[in-house]
Design a protein around this ligand. Sequence first.
Ligand SMILES: [Zn+2]
Length: 147
Amino acid sequence: MSADCTGVGNEVIMQVRRFWFHTIGIGIVFAVLLAVAVALVTATGALAFGQRDGDPPESGKARVFSGVLTCARCGARHPGKSQLSAGDCAKMCLKQGSTWALVDGGKVYRLKGDSPVLDRVAGERVTVSGTLEGNTIVIQSVEPQNR
Ligand SMILES: [Zn+2]
């Protein structure tokens, strides 16, 4: 009797152990899956965060702006008394410490960054690709518009 009881008891204990091994096994699989999921979410979040905090030229969405390239000092209105063309005035203002600006109708954007084209297309209608930061376009490229 005692032998039988012990045998049954052992079997029950073995089943319980097997049950727990199984449960722990499933637990480990879930833990690993959870860890992978968390890692993925963290990586995705870090990527999105990195894009937001990246360098200005890479942050935000690049947009295309068109308007007249001029200087921030004069905007659309260059002094009428000056004999300079809008382009020459803008270049002169730049030398005096002003910054490039893009005038699109009533809007005036300041331009940040540099392009070898700027000097050549001063006073002309241009297409500027870049990202908008407040009222400033961070230049990616500047192209003269076809006339
Ligand atoms: Zn000017």
